[in-house]
Design a protein. Structure first.
Length: 100
C-alpha cells in the first residue's frame, strides 16, 4: 500500500484538490467509481468533477509510515504536507476537507 499526498486535478487548467491517504491505489479506484456514479460523499469534489468532466488523479508525495509512531503523528505529518502542497500548487488548489 502506498500512503501519501495526492491531487485530483483538471489537466487543462491545473485547478486541483489535494488530500492524503494511506492507500493511494484504493482511493484512486474508489474516487473514480464514486465520481462517475455522482455518488462522492465530498460534495465540493463531486461538483468539481461534474463541471470539468474527467480529472486526473496522481500521487504527488509518497510517505512510508514509521511503525514506531502513533497514528495521530502520521495524520499530523500528512496534513502538514497537504498544506505545503496547497501552497506550492497555488491559489487554484483546494483542500479535501476530509480524508476520502
Amino acid at each position: 500500500m502506498t500512503a501519501g499526498v495526492y491531487r485530483i486535478f483538471d489537466e487543462k487548467t491545473g485547478d486541483s484538490f489535494v488530500g492524503f491517504t494511506y492507500h493511494f491505489e484504493g482511493v484512486k479506484k474508489r474516487l473514480r467509481f464514486e465520481l462517475t456514479l455522482n455518488a462522492c460523499s465530498y460534495k465540493p469534489l463531486q461538483l468539481f468533477w461534474n463541471e470539468r468532466g474527467e480529472l486526473a488523479i496522481e500521487l504527488i508525495e509518497a510517505y512510508a509510515p514509521d511503525p514506531a509512531r502513533l497514528d495521530i503523528e502520521h495524520d499530523a505529518y500528512l496534513r502538514a504536507r497537504v498544506f505545503h502542497w496547497q501552497e506550492k500548487l497555488g491559489p487554484n488548489t483546494k483542500l479535501l476537507q476530509t480524508q476520502i
